[in-house]
Design a protein around this ligand. Structure first.
Ligand code: CTP
Length: 228
C-alpha cells in the first residue's frame, strides 16, 4: 500500500567480467527472480526500473516498466547509483560477479602450457557502496533488500550480510537445494528483516515468492514519504 507512492529499483541476473574477447567470468543466475520482482513491483509501485545483466530476452519482452541492460558489476553499480532517489525501494536480486580480471586482453589469449593463472581483483560490492552513501547522508530514506545465495551455514551467513550491508531485509536462498535458486522456476526462501522477523516461505513459483517478498516490504515502509 505504501509502495504505490515510491519508486522500485530492482536488479537481476548475472554480470560478466571479460578475460579476453571470447571469454568471461560469470555465474548461472537466470534473472527469473529479479524479473518476477520487477513484474510485481510494477503492479504496486509508482515507478519501476529493472537493471539486469545478460538474461533471456523473453523474460522482459513484454515488460511494462523500464529495463536497463548492463554487463559488468561496475556498470550495474553505476546504473543503480543513477536511479537512486529518496523514499525509493532497492531490491538487489542480481548476482553480480565478485571478481574481475585485472587486465582484459584485446586479443584472444592463445593456449600455451598446461596451467594458466589469472589475476583477479574484487569488483565493487554494490550494497556496501549504497550502505556507505546512506551512512554519509548522501541518501537517507531508502529501503534496501538483499539476497543471500548460500550453500552452507546459510542462516549465519544471511544474518551476517543483513548486518554488514546495513539491509532492511534479506531473502535467503539455499542454492544447494533442488527447485531453489539459479535457473529454476520455483524458489524456497527464508526472509529476515531488520526488525527481527523471520519468515520461511514454502516451495513456490518465483512469481508467488516475489508477491510475498513485496508484501513484507510494503508492511515495513514508513507510512509517510520523508521530504529531504
Ligand atoms: N551483491 C552486491 N554487489 C556485489 C555482490 C553481491 O551488491 N558485488 C549483492 C547481491 O545482489 C545480493 C547480496 O549482495 O543482494 C549478497 O550476494 P551474495 O552473492 O549472496 O554474496 P556476496 O555479498 O557476494 O558474498 P559471498 O559471495 O562471499 O557470499
Amino acid at each position: 500500500m505504501y509502495l504505490k507512492n515510491r519508486k522500485a529499483i530492482v536488479t537481476g541476473g548475472p554480470t560478466r567480467e571479460w578475460i579476453d574477447p571470447v571469454r568471461f567470468i560469470s555465474n548461472p543466475s537466470s534473472g527469473k527472480m529479479g524479473a518476477a520482482l520487477a513484474d510485481e513491483c510494477s503492479r504496486r509501485a509508482r515507478d519501476t526500473v529493472f537493471i539486469h545483466g545478460p538474461i533471456e530476452p523473453s523474460l522482459i519482452s513484454m515488460a511494462p516498466y523500464r529495463c536497463v541492460a548492463v554487463e559488468t558489476t561496475a556498470d550495474m553499480l553505476a546504473a543503480v547509483s543513477r536511479e537512486l532517489e529518496e523514499n525509493a525501494v532497492l531490491i538487489m536480486a542480481a548476482a553480480p560477479a565478485d571478481y574481475s580480471p585485472v587486465t582484459r586482453a584485446n586479443r584472444k589469449i592463445k593456449k600455451s602450457g598446461k596451467k594458466m593463472s589469472l589475476e583477479l581483483a574484487r569488483t565493487p560490492d554494490i550494497l556496501k557502496v549504497v550502505a556507505a552513501m546512506k551512512k554519509e547522508g548522501r541518501i537517507s530514506e531508502l529501503f534496501v533488500v538483499g539476497f543471500a545465495a548460500e550453500t552452507n551455514d546459510i542462516e549465519e551467513y544471511a544474518l551476517k550480510k543483513l548486518a554488514e550491508k546495513n539491509l532492511d531485509m534479506i531473502c535467503l536462498n539455499d542454492v544447494s537445494r533442488k527447485d531453489a535458486g539459479f535457473g529454476t522456476d520455483t524458489n524456497i526462501l527464508t526472509i529476515f528483516a531488520r526488525d527481527g522477523m523471520r519468515k520461511e516461505l514454502p516451495l513456490v513459483s518465483k512469481q508467488e515468492a516475489a508477491a510475498r517478498i513485496v508484501d513484507e516490504i510494503d508492511a515495513r515502509l514508513p507510512r509517510f514519504l520523508i521530504s529531504c
